[in-house]
Design a protein around this ligand. Sequence first.
Ligand code: TXA
Ligand code: MG
Length: 317
Amino acid sequence: MARRLQPTLTEIGDAARALRQGKLVAFPTETVYGLGGDATSDRAVAAIFSAKGRPSFNPLIVHVASATDAVQFAEVSANAQAVARSFWPGPLTMVLPRRRDCRISLLATAGLDSVAIRVPAHTIAQTLLTMTGLPLAAPSANPSGRLSPTSADHVLADLGDNVEFVIDGGACTVGVESTVLSLLDDKPRILRPGGVPAEAIAEVLQEPVTIETGAEDSAAPRSPGRLLSHYAPSLPVRLNAAAAEPGEILLGFGPSAPKDALNLSPIGDLQEAAANLFALLRRLDDPQYCAIAVMPVPETGLGIAINDRLRRAAAAR
Ligand code: TXA
Ligand code: MG
């Protein structure tokens, strides 16, 4: 069973040492907990794929401490620099051309000639990255296809046997994964909506940013977080529910929800709803019910990321 570490400098130091030895450490970011390993080590990256049961065609996000570090691994265009200045550190991942001399394991990028890079803002993630001095590959710390973890307890319950340490940083404040923005060609595209809304990126780039939420189910999707069924609890999920049908349990949103229902945000705040999303879906994922019925969430700002996760949770498996 993994050891739970407290976020002291001594214990983060233990985690950094384990990472340098090629072991896996789960750590908090402001979005969700990541399952981290040395991104330059084929062995550590292979251990991540195996711990998650993740198909190896699905590349991992590489986390670095600052935009300056990103330059070692990726070609950073003027657009990418502008986006980095506005949103790093933060809940944003950029898919950029992989540099020829990039030291990242080819397994981490699934053999693609691009690399997904993120600079997380969370203090614990920042400290860990600085202490290891390594780029860390870190997918969400959950079994492939299931709900992402937003607390150390979620990670211990799901992957406790497969990691050395889990650094306990409490609940994640953003609660949905980072926005994955591809800047591989002259058309900026969001491959996965997330913590940074599309409009904010469009404003910085001064051009439209398309959201490619269309689910793909081919064998080699461009961003496999877009696989149709993903982020799924064990129970079926029914969307846009006005109320629970017999046997169902309701997940409410906003002030019109029944008072006794669990509510993503009683005041209808999308930021609060995103932060609660995965934890509440986990709480309601109880075999005494036949399905989780979810009230509608507005399709604006962070609501786009929330609805993206809900649609995949509800998709046929
Ligand atoms: O918030 C997050 O992004 C969390 C925290 C831990 O940083 N990480 C996370 O990683 O959600 P993961 O591996 O569960 O999701 C990574 C997404 C996947 O949809 C993957 O397909 C996409 O990023 N991705 C990674 N590298 C890519 C690449 N080179 N081209 C296109 N998509 C890529
Ligand atoms: Mg994931």
